[in-house]
Design a protein around this ligand. Structure first.
Ligand SMILES: Nc1ncnc2c1ncn2[C@@H]1O[C@H](COP(=O)(O)OP(=O)(O)O)[C@@H](O)[C@H]1O
Ligand SMILES: [Mg+2]
Length: 382
């Protein structure tokens, strides 16, 4: 059935599939502080699932509960159909890669990777084979005899990854796996991590505070704030249809207008913003919102067209302002446009042609017109 094919890469849509990891009403309190607040989550086999949120929102605590390093104050955790609450960390079918890597400084790469198998009493010949396979997999062939202080940050990261993978866990938990790497290496390593996960088919749960990283890596993302999940979905769902101002601003940036619904149909919503010169927003997807409901309209900076002449076809979703600031970033330019009421609108414009020196689409203090498609705006109720 073609249906099955659809589900192969999106098992969470398959009503017949059981989640591999189930988190049920899990909380973690430290004294009277609640770090993880009654969360529910399903993660499916083979996913690369990201827990994304700002510092202190409870990501690591949740990961550590899956690993067995913290005990939930309440709630239940399941992996592969088995309740794991009472299983000690070492006996769980998971392994964790720590942010700090925690390599043994006095051991070579090889010995670091072999350590877990040795401790488990695996036969020498088997250890040798598995270590050598793992070294190939993470491309450390020439460095097997070195010690951690003779390796770069990226190489240490791979040793830590190999060490976590060699015990063939069903689930690999990664806490900020790329945070110690510089930007370029981080981007390269993101792709390596995705390839590795794809090859091995192990379920990865990754904690990160970096929204671009989460967008690049994940099958799905749970956005966390103050111990709760505020939205869960694919990177595209979360970026294109955030369901709160918090998510719209946390994942990328958004221009947000407060207003009220003046028309609400099956295929169209019209919002008026009294604060912004009675501007009308036409949004071409329906909602069940009541007329007069207080809402916010969010528009991503890259969905806004900018022009020095009014957009002839756009009778709506158009406004005018003055160029307040221009940031030239090479492949794109960021404009800050000031409206009459003082509100600033962010516009991102791709630089398709190379500008002559000092030349911009619009100049400082110039009057410009902004417009966007009715499909580009999202209506938010919180
Ligand atoms: N062992 C602990 N004792 C007391 N408070 C803790 C402990 N571990 C974490 N916390 C607190 O719980 C909150 C969430 O921490 P953490 O899960 O590490 O956040 P994140 O990984 O999202 O940055 C923080 O406010 C942190 O200070
Ligand atoms: Mg953390």
């Amino acid at each position: 059935m073609p249906q099955d094919d659809n589900f192969a890469h999106r098992p969470w849509l398959d009503p017949d599939k059981d989640p591999f990891i189930k988190i049920r009403s899990v909380s973690k309190r430290f004294g009277d502080f609640t770090a993880v607040d009654n969360v529910d989550l399903d993660i499916y086999k083979g996913e690369l699932f990201c827990l994304l949120g700002g510092s202190g929102c409870g990501k690591s605590t949740l990961l550590r509960m899956l690993a067995g390093f913290e005990t939930p104050s309440s709630g239940e955790l399941f992996i592969d159909g088995e309740k794991i609450n009472d299983i000690p960390a070492y006996a769980r079918p998971v392994n964790m890669m720590f942010q700090s890597y925690a390599l043994f400084p006095h051991m070579t790469v090889e010995k670091n990777i072999a350590y877990g198998l040795q401790r488990d009493g695996v036969a020498k010949a088997e250890i040798k084979d598995r270590v050598s396979d793992m070294i190939k997999l993470v491309q450390l062939n020439d460095l097997a005899k070195r010690k951690p202080n003779q390796l770069s940050g990226g190489q240490c990261q791979r040793v830590a990854l190999a060490r976590a993978l060699i015990k063939q866990p069903k689930v690999l938990l990664l806490d900020e796996p790329l945070a110690a790497l510089d930007k370029r290496l981080r981007e390269q390593t993101q792709y390596e991590l995705m390839n590795l996960q794809d090859q091995l088919g192990i379920t990865f749960v990754v904690v990160t505070h970096d929204q671009e990283e989460a967008m690049t890596l994940s099958t799905r993302i749970a956005v966390m704030d103050k111990g709760k999940f505020v939205q869960t979905g694919t990177p595209t769902e979360i970026y294109e249809t955030p369901d709160s101002r918090f998510v719209a601003n946390f994942i990328g940036s958004a221009n947000i207008f407060q207003g009220h619904v003046v028309e609400s149909d099956r295929d169209r919503v019209v919002v008026r913003s009294v604060r912004d010169d009675n501007l009308l927003f036409y949004i071409d997807h329906g909602s069940d919102l009541q007329v007069n409901a207080k809402v916010w309209v969010a528009i991503r900076p890259e969905k806004v067209r900018i022009s020095t002449t009014p957009h002839a076809e756009a009778r709506s979703n158009q406004l005018a302002g003055i160029v307040h600031d221009i940031g030239y970033l090479g492949r794109l330019s960021n404009y800050k446009i000031k409206l009459d009421n003082g509100k600033m609108i962010d516009v991102t414009h791709p630089n398709q042609t190379r500008p002559k020196s000092g030349e911009h689409l619009a100049d400082w203090d110039e009057k410009v017109y902004l417009s966007w498609e009715p499909s580009s705006a999202v209506v938010l109720t919180q």
